[in-house]
Design a binder for this molecule. Structure first.
Ligand code: NDP
Length: 400
């Protein structure tokens, strides 16, 4: 990892700058202009927002989806009077340049879904400090990703609020001897109390209206099905090196306790805070120091009471599927992730119902969940493609 002198600014590349995590990251960076400089910003389709971000943060590089978006961005930057030195690129190689440049110290990995895998791997191979929001990269390619981090001597700091909480409750962020259990908390999403019969007909808008967190649409739907918590179990297994049996989920509707670690001596350590992603982002940016995040201090007196309950596995079959994939190991997490991404996109496009997400994921996991895990990124991507093709077929059959 590049050396970081406290007096020098830290150069940060924000992958997925136009998304929910990307925007929150830039809000934290904006509070500390002497401490952080933006090296590169990447977006995909939201070119207008990216142009405004370029004017505000003056990155050296900016990356979009394709040549047409790049041309549009160049025109916008000229019209807004942005620096003519900003290099505009597009596609995979430009993304990899934006993370691997020797000037870059830290990479916020906040592209949504499997699209984030390759640039996050490039950050790992080039030994950056990776602020990992893109859990899907770790779920689909856990071993490959960790091997790339080891070979590049990259550090990984979790951004998911639960994993960031666990990291804060573990010495040096690793689960060594004496750790009995890791407990990930879950809000239960918008449908925790809804009558089961009603859940079949919920709309994408209802699924995206999370009671506590403001997030992108894909993770919002994953929270509503609790697939998000399932993917987080798999993420925790890789990040902290703990077996499935030592990982638990506890529903906590207020989203104040972000997760807990239980030790053999009976101690339970928890991290608490208001549900706002700027807290874990600021923690990971500054680690091991602490900086202001802009988040309101938590008033436990105002919160009053904190509730906890077991998750309902009948209501949330996706959580069960993710547990099965974690136990099965090998290629199962990659297959489940791919099937879920296709199913969520089909639900958001009103092609299948809410229950269809679990149905597609279950069928695809059943039919190709026993495949070997790839030991190379090419093998992982091949398995991802195969599972996606099958998921499209199953979703198409359901849609008819
Ligand atoms: P958003 O949907 O809000 O943002 C996604 C970002 O990825 C956008 O910048 C988008 O660009 C970009 N993007 C989309 N598709 C591609 C692609 N094919 N290639 C390159 N870039 C692409 O997502 P979130 O910010 O909510 O989530 C990002 C990641 O962080 C996810 O993996 C999620 O699981 C994780 N996470 C999010 C949390 C949250 O609170 N939001 C909490 C914990 C984890 P554009 O918009 O310009 O098209």
């Amino acid at each position: 990892m590049p050396s970081m002198n406290a007096a020098d600014p830290q150069w940060v590349t924000v992958l997925g700058a136009t998304g929910s995590i990307g925007c929150s990251t830039l809000e934290v960076i904006a509070l500390h202009p002497k401490r952080y400089r933006v090296f590169a910003l990447t977006g995909h389709r939201q070119v207008d927002l990216l142009a405004r971000q370029c004017v505000r943060f003056a990155p050296r590089q900016v990356v979009v989806a394709d040549a047409a978006a790049a041309a549009q961005l160049r025109d916008l930057l000229a019209a807004l009077g942005a620096s003519s030195e900003i290099q505009v690129g597009y596609g995979r190689e430009a993304l990899e340049r934006a993370v691997a440049d020797p000037q870059v110290d830290s990479v916020m990995a906040a592209i949504v879904g499997a699209a984030g895998l390759e640039p996050t791997l490039a950050a790992a191979r080039s030994g950056k400090r990776i602020l990992l929001a893109n859990k899907e990269a770790l779920v689909m390619a856990g071993e490959v990703f960790l091997a790339a981090c080891r070979s590049g001597a990259a550090d990984v700091l979790p951004i998911d609020s639960e994993h960031n909480a666990v990291f804060q409750c573990l010495p040096q962020g690793r689960a060594g001897p004496g750790v009995r259990r890791i407990v990930l908390t879950a809000s239960g999403g918008p449908f925790r109390d809804m009558a089961l019969a009603q859940m079949a007909s919920v709309t994408p808008e209802q699924a995206c209206a999370h009671p506590n967190w403001s997030m992108g649409r894909k993770i919002s739907v994953d929270s509503a099905t609790m697939m998000n918590k399932g993917l987080e179990l798999i993420e925790a297994h890789y990040l902290f090196g703990v077996p499935a049996a030592a990982l638990e989920v506890l529903v906590h509707p207020q989203s104040i306790v972000h997760s807990l670690v239980e030790y053999d001596d009976g101690s339970m350590l928890a991290q608490l805070g208001n549900p706002d992603m700027r807290t874990p982002i600021a923690h990971a940016l500054a680690y091991p120091e602490r900086i202001a995040s802009g988040v309101e201090p938590l008033s436990l007196a105002c919160v009053g009471s904190l509730d906890f309950e077991e998750p309902d596995m009948v209501r949330f079959p996706c959580l069960r599927l993710a547990r099965e994939a974690l136990h099965a190991g090998a290629g199962a997490p990659c297959v489940l992730n791919a099937a879920n991404e296709v199913a969520v996109a089909a639900f958001l496009a009103n092609q299948i119902g809410f229950g269809g997400i679990a149905a597609v994921s279950a069928q695809v996991l059943d039919r190709c969940g026993t495949r070997e895990a790839g030991q190379s990124v090419e093998a992982v991507l091949a398995l991802d493609r195969e599972a996606r093709a099958l998921a499209h077929q199953v979703a198409g059959e359901l849609a008819r």
